[in-house]
Each structure stands twice: as C-alpha cells, then as structure tokens.
Write a protein that binds this ligand. Structure first.
Ligand code: UTP
Length: 408
C-alpha cells in the first residue's frame, strides 16, 4: 500500500493521525506501518458509537439446568457415554489463551503464571494435569488446541517446549493464532503503540472457530474425526477439561452445546447467567440484569436465573461449521491501553484509558439451537485467576487448590 492509499483509507475512518510521525520514520518502519494500515480493519471503531448495544434486546425467560442431584443420579450413565467419546477421539480441548491478562499485571502470558508456594506450579501445568486425568482414564490423548495471539504466541509456544508440554503428547497439541483489532481512545481515535505501530489487542475469545478455520485446522478436525470441541479459559486452575460426565450429559441431552455453570453465590454476583432470549439459549451478563430478573423465582421458589457460566463450553463441531461465517456482536470494552502521550512518548496507563473491541464465546451459544446448562460444584471446579489479590485472584485460587488437595 502506498502512502496515498494509506492516507485515503485512514481518511475514510477519520484516523489520519496514524501517519503523524511518518516523516520521522526509517524506511523500514514506514513500510511496516503502511502494511499494518493495509491489514487493519478500521470499520470496527464505529462500534464506539454503539457501545452497550451488543446486548441486543429480546424477551428473556428462564432455561432449565441439569442440577447436581440429577447428575449424581445419572453419573455412571453420563460418564460411560462421555468416556467412550473421549476414547474414540471424538472430543477435543480448545484452550482460549489469546487474552492479555492485563488485570493480573504480568508481562508474560497468563498460562506462565506461577501460583506455587513451595514449588513452581504454573497455570498451564494445572490445566494439563487436569486434562491428563481424563487421558489416563480413557487411555487416549485428547487433541489439544491452544489459541494464542500476536501478543503472546511466541512466549507461549517456547514455554510449552521448555516445560516439555508438562508431559502431554506434543503431537496432539496444535497452536493457532487469533485475530487482532485496533484499540482506541474514548472518542474512537485509534491509539499508537509507537510512532510506527497502531495499538492493537486480541479481538476477544469469540472468533476462535473462525481462527481455527483460517489456520486450516478444520481439516485436522475432520482427519481426526472430532465431533465435539470443549472450549475453556486459561484462568480457571481447577477446571475439568473434556470431563466425561459433562461430555456425556451433553451428548445424552441431544443439545448442540453444553455450558458448565455454577449456582450463583449471591443475588448480585458478577457472573453471566444462562437464560433463553427470544426462545434461544443465551447468556445474560450481570450488568444487563434488571431487578425484576434478579428477583424472579421459579416454581420451587429458587432464583429463576441462578446458573452462572464459567467459560467452559462444549460445542457440536458440525454446528460450529454451520455458524462459522455468521458475525457475532462486537463488545466495546474499557481497558488499559499502552499508547503515546501528546509528545510522542510511550506510556503504560495505570487506569483504563480507552476501548478494545471483542467478540465473545458466550455469544456463540445463542447461535446454537439448543444448550444444556450443567451445574458443577464451584468449590471443586471454579478457581479463576483474574486479579493479583481479592476476588478471583491468585490468593483465592490458591486457597481453593489447597482445599482440593493440590500441592502448591
Ligand atoms: P478475560 O476476559 O479474562 O480477558 O479472558 P483477558 O484479556 O485474559 O484479561 P484482562 O481482562 O485483560 O485482565 C477470558 C479468557 O478468554 C481468553 C483469555 O485468554 C481467557 O482465557 N481471551 C480473551 C482470548 O483468548 N482472546 C481474547 O481476545 C480475550
């Protein structure tokens, strides 16, 4: 792309300031900047004006969840079905680890974070150890896909190699990168990370299947005969992956997807809950909940919207292929974004200073015809690490790991 072409593209989106330092740049930096301008989809910044609209309105009604007592009664039946599917390599694990983990405040990818006390225990190690329990039980490796982003790919791959995949079979591990999106200030002007680079950030965890397709991994899925994809977040160090009971319950239900959920700890817990939106399975974010929805009760007198998602979903692969090209809503999220100050010096803000644009995996559930919310015991399966201290932190996750007999 020439300078003139780049200028015209930027002009169309009101982003001409991206070329402010062009004259100062070396030939090499100029070429890189022009290439980045060519590759960047600036149309996404229009969502700044539509902030908050991703949660499109609709008629919300309750959805039934499979609760712990029923799971207990049918555990053997579900486990048999799930274990058979794992043994037959019909189930794959997909770790969504492209995020930047800004709240945790480490420069390394979140999966490299060490939560150990007397010995190193890395977040990735915890995930692999949990997955290995299923591998050992089934006597078969679960294909393990790991999504990274430009921001953390090289370090993540190098870390896995250095750690010898924590004992996992490397031939069953497939890395792929997600897309990036520009980040902007509050008025929708894209930030510059340096004089020759636009600030970009991973575009959310919702585009994972599209990214798999782009990277040619659908062919691998077909070759291996994978029928179910279990996606999960990097930060829950207690989560069960390719959990045979969850897999079996979803298969037995005939639903196109399943969502692990926890019973809400309190009325105002900040967790998205399962519901039906216009009759389709959906997740309503805690900030979209009205007092009426928060206080609604079911026929047993329990809260009608009581099952919060923990970002562990299983999707029927052929349904993902059906929806892969449909566009998901874009969420405009306030975050801390590294940028240049007025004098062109790089700054790392202490507080949020603008917007990132993200598509979310939870919005994929609504594209599915049916979903089975499956309750899990939060004490045993939910220890997310979002922050350094306080709620959902390294501290709270350590406490839960210790309670579950994990040596740290
Ligand atoms: P979070 O919503 O916690 O975002 O991601 P984050 O970027 O990791 O952390 P903060 O908000 O900056 O502190 C939930 C899960 O989704 C993944 C994360 O890696 C994590 O597993 N994710 C998030 C992606 O894979 N890609 C993204 O673009 C964003």
């Amino acid at each position: 792309m020439t300078y003139q072409e780049a200028y015209r593209k930027l002009e169309e989106y009101g982003q001409e300031h991206v070329l402010k330092y062009y004259e100062e740049l070396s030939e090499e930096d100029r070429a890189e900047l022009l290439q980045q301008i060519e590759e960047t989809d600036f149309s996404i910044v229009k969502y700044v004006e539509h902030k908050g609209e991703a949660a499109a309105e609709g008629v919300i009604s309750p959805i039934g969840a499979m609760e712990l007592d029923e799971i207990e009664k049918r555990r053997d039946e579900f486990k048999k079905i799930g274990l058979k599917a794992v043994k037959e390599r019909k189930v794959a694990a997909v770790l969504l680890a492209g995020g930047m983990g800004t709240r945790l405040g480490s420069d390394d990818p979140k999966c490299m974070y060490n939560i150990g006390i007397t010995q190193p225990v890395y977040i990735m190690q915890r995930l692999v150890e949990n997955l290995m329990e299923v591998v050992d039980e089934a006597g078969a490796y679960v294909p393990f896909f790991i999504m990274t982003s430009d921001k953390n790919h090289d370090k993540t791959v190098a870390f896995m190699e250095e750690m010898k995949y924590f004992g996992y079979d490397p031939s069953m591990v497939y890395f792929f990168k997600q897309e990036m999106a520009p980040a902007t200030d509050y008025s929708g002007k894209v930030y510059m990370e340096s004089k020759s680079r636009i600030s970009t950030s991973p575009n959310g965890n919702g585009g994972w299947f599209q990214s798999m397709k782009r990277c040619g991994l659908i062919d691998v899925i077909h070759e291996l005969g994978i029928e179910w994809l279990n996606t999960f977040a990097v930060d829950n160090v207690l989560q069960r992956i390719a959990d045979p009971v969850f897999v079996g319950a979803t298969i037995a239900s005939g639903c196109a997807c399943g969502a692990k959920t926890v019973r809400k700890a309190e009325r105002d817990e900040r967790v998205g809950v399962m519901c039906l939106k216009d009759g389709r399975p959906s997740i309503i974010e805690y900030y979209e909940m009205t007092p009426e929805l928060l206080d609604a009760k079911n026929e047993n007198g329990d809260p009608a919207y009581n099952f919060g998602v923990i970002m562990n979903y299983i999707f029927r692969e052929k349904d993902l292929e059906r929806i892969v090209d449909e566009s998901l809503p874009v969420h405009v999220v306030e975050k801390k974004i590294a940028c240049l100050d007025a004098d062109g010096n790089p700054v790392s803000p202490e507080e949020p200073n603008g917007y990132k644009f993200e598509q979310l995996v939870l919005d994929m559930v609504q594209e599915m015809d049916s979903c089975l919310p499956v309750e899990v015991d939060r004490e045993h399966e939910f220890a997310p690490i979002k922050n350094k201290t306080g709620v959902d932190s390294v501290e709270s996750a350590r406490e839960l790991c210790l309670k579950n007999g994990i040596r740290l």
